[in-house]
Design a protein around this ligand. Structure first.
Ligand code: C5P
Length: 231
């Protein structure tokens, strides 16, 4: 069974990313590559990481543009065969449909509301909605347009799970084991509670990667411990 942990490779150093993969492969089957890594190393960097073994990528590029442009962008990375590729749900139905059509074998993954946006900020932007109400309508709209996965806050997972079918993966960052630092995350849940609330996968970064500063073995044990806490 695929591990529910998606490890965020938030580093601009190729060797570090490779070491993190080596240290966590027993507990992780999907690695998240974001803009920090991808803008520096591109497709060649991803291919380099692929040599480390048999795992999948969550390519977190958060695409957001007119449908034709997004379609072209998705076609450009299609050969990399990521399992998940993110687009902003607020790009609308036609954009999401264009992304899904450009790579039918990739799970187009719609990012609902960034957790950095709170209700007062939404109002300033002219959006008279709560983050929860907006996230649920963005999620259902995205799924209708062809998205196969949704990224949302752990606090929104239960509401969205009620509205979308079981085959839609719900992916949540913003998780923190009970014993760890909150860092810059505020509205958090433990990995276990996020999965219980209906998440399919949790995205974890620093609660695991920071252990590499101690040793690769400490990182390996930390990833195993978090996986164990969920099962
Ligand atoms: O280190 P940490 O566990 O906070 O990393 C979580 C990952 O999830 C990072 O790659 C971050 O960009 C991403 N993320 C997040 N909160 C969101 C959306 C994405 O932490 N609301």
């Amino acid at each position: 069974m695929t591990s529910p942990i998606i490890l965020a490779l938030d580093t601009d150093d190729l060797a570090t990313a490779i070491s993190w993969i080596e240290a966590t492969r027993e507990s992780v089957d999907i690695y998240k590559v974001g803009l920090e890594f991808f803008l520096k190393f591109g497709s060649a960097g991803l291919q380099e990481l692929s040599k480390q073994g048999n795992f999948q990528f969550f390519l977190d590029l958060k695409l957001h543009d007119i449908p034709n442009t997004v379609s072209g962008a998705v076609a450009s990375i299609r050969d990399l065969k990521p399992r998940f590729l993110t687009v902003h749900a607020s790009g609308g139905s036609a954009m999401i449909r264009a992304a899904a059509d450009a790579a039918p074998e990739v799970a187009i993954t719609a990012v609902t509301v960034l957790t950095s946006l709170d209700e007062p900020e939404l109002h300033k932007m002219g959006i008279n909605s709560t983050p929860l109400a907006l996230a649920t309508s963005l999620a259902t709209n995205s799924v209708s347009a062809g998205a196969k996965a949704i990224v949302c806050s752990p606090l929104e997972v239960a509401a969205i799970r009620e509205l979308v079918s079981e085959d839609i993966a719900l992916i949540t960052p913003g998780v923190r084991p009970a014993d760890s630092n909150l860092e810059d995350q505020s509205r958090v849940m433990t990995p276990r509670d996020a999965i219980r609330a209906g998440a399919t996968f949790i995205v974890v970064g620093r609660p695991i990667t920071s252990y590499f500063n101690k040793s690769a073995q400490a990182m390996r044990e930390r990833a195993a411990e978090i996986k164990e806490s969920i099962s």
